[in-house]
Every structure is written in C-alpha cells, then in structure tokens.
Design a protein around this ligand. Structure first.
Ligand code: MG
Length: 455
C-alpha cells in the first residue's frame, strides 16, 4: 500500500499497524466519505482485535466529510450487507479481513444494494485517496454517529423467509457449528435453533485472536469440527470463515467437503425449482457445476475469479444463483452476495426435502479428483505467455476469460492462470481419477515451460 494499489481482489487488506494503520484508515474514511458525498452509511466489523480501532478511524474520516454513520457493531459481512439494503442506506463500510490470520484486517466498501462496489468505483475512491483533497465539511455539517441495533436478528429472520422452516424443523437435525471465534457466532446458532436443530457449538465465543482455529475453513483447520461431528453422531458440521460469508460442510461421516460439492447440491435443487436459470461462477469452479447445469437444464455464466466479479455479474444479468469453490454461495432471492447463513439454510432444506444424509447427497454426484501445480514465470513475460498459450490451445474447448481454462471430453479440465501476487503460473487440474489429473498437470506444465523459454 505504499503509493501502489490500495484495493486488492477483496477490498483493502493488510497487516494491522504495519500496512493497515489508523492513519490510512482515516484517509480511506475521508476518501469514501467524499465519494458518497454526505450520505447515510453503515459501518460494521468482524471480531478482530483491531476492529474497534479501525472502525473509529474510518468513522472519523466519514463524518468529517459530512456523511452520517450508523454503527452496527460486530456482525457477519452478509448481515451488514443485508442491513445496508434493508435500512435504505447509501452504502457501507465493513472492517474485516475475512479468512486471513488475526494480525490482518481490511476495509470493504458497499453500495446501496449491499453488494461490494465495482472495481471501477474502487478506482474512483483510490484516486480520491491519492489526490489527498477530501471534501471536508463546515463545522456545523459534520456527520452524526449513531448505533444501529438488531442487525444480526433481522438478518436471521430474512434468511428464514427463503426456506421451508417447518419442514426443516420436523427433522430435528443435530448440527455442530464452528464459527472460528468470530461473527458467525452471533447468527449461526440462532438461525439453527430457529430451524428446529439441536445445536452444539465449538469455537463460538467471540475472541479476535482466533484461539480455536485459523479463520480459513480449510480441511486442515477443521479437525476438531470433523471429530466432534463423528464422536457425537451429529447429522452435519458447519464451519464459517472469519466474516461468515462462506460456509464449509462436514458430513455425518466426519468428511469435510470442498465448497463446490455443496454448491453443486444447491445448484441442482435450484435448477429443479427454476428450470433454465443462469448460474454465475468463476472459471476456477469444478466441472461438477457444468455437469449439474447440463443434467438439470441450466446455463453457466463463467466469470473471472473473485467474489466481487461474481456479484457484479449477477446484478448485471439479474441471475439468482452464484457460487465459488471456496464455499461462497450467492443466493439472489435473498441477496447476490456470498452468504454463510443462507448457504446453511439451503443445505439443511435439501437434506430435509430429500430425506438423505449429506454423504449420500454428495456421493450421488460425479466425483472429480484435483491436482495442482505451478511454473515459475517472470512478471514481464506473463502477458506474452498467456497470448501464446491461448493460441496453442485455441482448437480445444476453452474459456479465456481469466487465464486459460480447457475442458476435455472425458470430463477432465485444467485452469492455467498467472498468479496476481507471485512470479508464477498456477495450474489446477481435475479428472475422473487422480492419475489423469496428475498427467494433465505434467502435460501443461511442460507446455508452459516451453512457451516461457521461447519468449
Ligand atoms: Mg469471507
């Protein structure tokens, strides 16, 4: 953040008191306030130790430009997004670093519909930030700061309106929930209780040092959850990331499922109820989603990788479902943003409607095996390499929206993308067995190396 790009793929992120300082937060507040020019804005945060400090710093900047600020306190990102829309505010700011370790924090900016602002709007704020000439108010027009109560409760109520609560309640599911000591603790147990579930929590005391586990819901962080589900004989385990916009599920067997497996279940159920609908997903998603769309009559709209891109595409098309392989599901009837509680309610509804266990539902889907690889590539060569790679693969079934994605007739696929942060190309292959996936990595890594040498 030293005179370089302020916004990354998910807003402003950095290590607290290193890159992300109080001074920077005040300046961001001034820039965002100038951008919204005196309107009413929401602010809220996740459970990080630096959250209150950064909230106050950003708030100071916002009110200095004449914006009125409603502080919703701690809440999941989707609850804050819902609150912006429900309270008819002009926008909002969320202090969160989502899945990053506790020493990080971040700043996200929302539009009046609760969706994160577009990258073009981020550029405008960034320009204001670097110009350093905020539109300061006269002393008598400084904005007011008020508290906004009840955001979490209203969000839970809104989620419930989109599922069959009575049907889910008849099943009396035993659910183990692990919100990573963050804001999912404020909504998920409440929602599950309202859905008639027996709720057991782990890591559900708010603690911004994240003592229970790291906030990224990866299998290696979810051993306690998986073991608890198995030991207690529960029906399902649910883990959220640090701001509870993503949900990862554990079956009754203790197996942790990758996000695209549960997204595919939701996509199938959605297409059965909404035939022909469009589903928005990044090219990094599994072929499973494509299979579901082909089988149940839906249309996939592929996007670049990144949740903001998916949300913006859904807005543009009026699409009602989106999803990512990391456990982010966007349910447009509620709001076109990643939403951990909404995803939870949808998965429980599917279990209730089908009468099947989660492992059975996942087991019915086509199985894919994933392999990953990387090839070093100097920054200055990246673009030329991509051009050549596109040319060499143009006779295949590809998408070039973000790197190159190739689909093969035997169900395999590979995504080859330049990393945004390191001088490497990354390869993600999937196939019906792990040997095939490994062979795809081998073949395309060799092709990449050859291209890189030729430039
Ligand atoms: Mg998140």
């Amino acid at each position: 953040m030293n005179g370089k790009k302020l916004f990354g793929t998910n807003g402003i992120r950095g290590m607290v008191n290193k890159e992300l300082t109080v001074e920077l937060a005040v300046k961001v507040g001034l820039s965002v306030g100038t951008f919204f020019s005196g309107k009413k804005l929401l602010i809220g945060r996740d459970a990080r130790t630096s959250g209150a400090m950064l909230t106050k710093a950003v708030t100071a900047g916002l009110v200095a430009t004449g914006c009125c600020v409603f502080d919703a306190g701690m809440a999941p990102t989707p609850a804050l997004q819902y609150a912006v829309k429900a309270n008819k505010l002009a926008g909002g700011v969320i202090i969160t670093a989502s899945h990053n370790p506790p020493e990080y924090n971040g700043i996200k900016v929302l539009w009046s519909d609760g969706v994160e602002i577009s990258h073009e709007q981020e550029d405008q704020i960034e320009q204001l930030y670097y110009e350093g000439k905020p539109r300061l108010s006269e002393w008598h027009n400084i904005g007011l700061i008020s508290k906004l109560q009840g955001v979490n409760r209203e969000y839970v109520e809104a989620v419930k309106t989109h599922v069959n609560v009575n049907l889910i309640a008849t099943k009396r599911f035993h659910v183990i929930v692990d919100p990573a000591n963050s804001v999912g603790s404020l909504t998920a147990p409440r929602l599950l209780k309202d859905l008639g579930c027996k709720v057991t929590t782990i890591n559900a005391n708010i603690d911004g040092t994240f003592p229970g586990r790291m906030p990224e819901p990866r299998p290696e962080n979810l051993h306690s959850l998986a073991a608890t589900v198995k030991t207690l004989g529960a029906d399902i385990g649910i883990a959220y990331d640090g701001d509870a916009d993503r949900a990862i599920f554990v079956g009754e067997t203790g197996e942790v499922y990758m996000g695209d497996k549960t997204f595919a279940l939701i996509a199938k159920s959605f297409l059965q109820k909404n035939p022909g609908a469009r589903i928005v997903t990044p090219v990094s998603s599994s072929t499973l989603i494509k299979d579901v769309a082909e089988t149940y009559g839906g249309e996939i709209v592929w996007t670049k990788v990144g949740s903001v891109t998916v949300a913006q595409k859904m807005k543009e098309l009026g699409a009602m479902l989106g999803g990512e392989e990391n456990g982010g599901v966007f349910y447009g009837q509620h709001q076109p943003v990643r939403d951990g509680a909404m995803t939870t309610a949808l998965i429980l509804e599917i279990m209730a409607e089908t009468g099947k266990k989660l492992s059975e539902l996942i087991g019915e889907q086509p199985q894919y095996f994933i392999e990953k690889g990387k090839v070093e590539c100097p920054e200055e060569k990246k673009e030329k390499v991509l051009e050549k790679l596109r040319a060499q693969t143009s006779s295949l079934k590809t998408s070039t929206i973000d790197g190159v994605k190739i689909w093969f007739d035997d169900g395999g696929a590979i995504l080859i993308r330049p990393s945004g942060t390191e001088p490497v190309y990354r390869l993600y292959a999937e196939a019906k067995n792990s040997e095939k996936a490994a062979r795809l990595i081998e073949k395309y890594a060799a092709m990449l190396k050859q291209i890189i040498q030729s430039i």
